[in-house]
Structures are given as structure tokens and as C-alpha cells.
Design a protein around this ligand. Sequence first.
Ligand code: NAI
Length: 284
Amino acid sequence: MNKIGIIGGGVMGAGVAQSFAQYKFKVILVDISNDILQKTKGEITRNIKLYKLCNSKENLDDIDIILSRIEFTTDYNELKDCSIIVENASENFDIKKEIYRRIDTICNENSIFLANTSCISITKIASLTERPDKVIGAHFMNPVPMKKTIEVIKGYYTSESTIEETKKIAFKIEKRCILVNDLPGFVSNRISHLFMNEAAYVVQDQVGTPEQVDDIFRDCYGHKMGPLETADLIGLDTVVKSLDVLYESYRDPKFRCCPLLRKMVDAKLYGRKTGKGFYKYNIY
Ligand code: NAI
């Protein structure tokens, strides 16, 4: 069975680690501090409980068994035997730059790197390594264990065998891949971030409240979630960073970040992960 390396234990890294561990993979999860890793472990524990409640018909292992498959560490060298790395660090190119240079020297030359980025070009990420053919975008959806589809992005040099390996590993955790080409934001976020950003402008301009905006998207358009509750789920900090990547990449004013979003991030109103964004949440 492949050993999976997961980098970043935030919203996405926790979800990706949980998904692989639930399907019996051995997982090495790396983040920058033990405090963060402790929080990640708590988050994964709560999310497995929730998953079990929502999927009671699935024959899932006990929580302790699932957790025992995940090694939580700050040591990048633990990734050396992983055939697949899924990188989920913060949406910041400078942070990712350091990480890819590091794993490129640590990991076996055959290991493939799946970049779970919201918006950063996969070709640009791949250029940080000596193995651009083995770098691919794997934009998992949030919450990862519940979502059955991955937007997979082919960078300029991504090889067919890397695409096949990615599809195979996704199949093993019962996820379907939709393969698209590489430009910043890909399909999903190039479109969805326009919705979320403009929804924030609508609130800033007092045209409607967050509840009204989301109600219109749910009830009139039949979306499962409105743009502002989606932004809260993603994390407003990540939404702002993603909008900045889109703006810098295309130099198109349509991606200019709404000042209200930036102000909320400055006030640490990140959404679900800090307990308050456009809405309030219970945090543990
Ligand atoms: P987050 O802010 O919740 O977590 C990021 C994690 O990366 C933090 O735990 C941080 O400590 C860690 N990190 C930072 N530098 C690191 C380093 N050098 N080595 C190891 N870990 C490091 O962010 P989130 O939401 O999990 O996003 C992660 C990536 O996934 C981003 O690129 C984001 O754009 C992308 N993404 C986010 C989605 C979402 O709904 N939040 C959906 C799909 C992709």
C-alpha cells in the first residue's frame, strides 16, 4: 500500500489526511509546529465522528484505528518514503516555494507531487522542482471526506503517467477526477471567487445582508450553499489570498479584492475556523 505524505494540517490537509486514513493508507502529516498538529488531530477526530454519524451505513474502522494510521510530525525527512505527496500549505507562493524545493531533494525521484492549491498555476509550482512532469494540481473540495470529486489540473509538463497515477489514487479513496488545463484559478475558483467577492461588495454596499445574499443563491438559483457561507467555509483568509493570486496573475480589475473582505481578515474574522465571519459558529 502506498504511503501518502500530506503537507499542511489546516482545513484541507486535515480533510485529505482523514480521507486517506479512512481508506487504510498510512499517512505522514507534516506541519510547522506541534501545537498546530495537536489542533489538526483534534479536528480530524471530530470530523471522523461527524463522518460516522452522517454515513452510518459505511463499514468504517474505529476512530483510534483510523487515527493510528496518521503520523503527525514536523520533520520533513519522514516524507522520504512516500510515493505520493499532497501539498496543502497556505495559499502563498513564497511558502510553497520553500516546500517544493525541500521535498524535491528529500523525496524519491519517482514520487509524484499533488498541489492542492486554490489558484496558483501548477506550471509555476512545477517549475520549482526538477520533476515538472511529476507535479499535478489536485484541487480537493471542502469538506474533503464528504466530497466525491477532485478538480485535477494538468501543468505544462505534467506527464500522462502522472495523470494516470493521480486518477488511480483518487479511485482508491472513491473520488472522481475532472481533468482541466492550467491557468490560475483553473475552472472552479476562477469563477467561484468572482461570486464570493461580488457578494461581499453587495454586503459592503448595503444592498443586502449576508443572509439575504445567500438566501437568493440557495432559494432562487438552487445552489446548495450561498457565496458568503461558502467563503466562511473556505476561510476568508484563503479567499483573500486566492483573489490576490488571481488579480496578480491576470491583472484584471474584475479580481480586485473587496475591501470589506480584507478588513474582516485583518480583524481575524476568517469564518468557520475562527468562529466568526459573515456568520457565527461554535468552535471547540
Ligand atoms: P489553512 O490556512 O487552513 O492551513 C494551511 C496550513 O499550512 C496551516 O496549518 C499552516 O501551518 C501550514 N503550513 C504553512 N507553512 C507550512 C510549511 N512550510 N510546511 C508545512 N505546513 C505549513 O489553509 P487551507 O484552507 O487548508 O488551504 C491549504 C491549501 O489548499 C491552500 O493552497 C488553499 O488555497 C487550498 N485549498 C483550500 C480550500 C478550502 O476550502 N479552504 C479548498 C481547496 C484548496
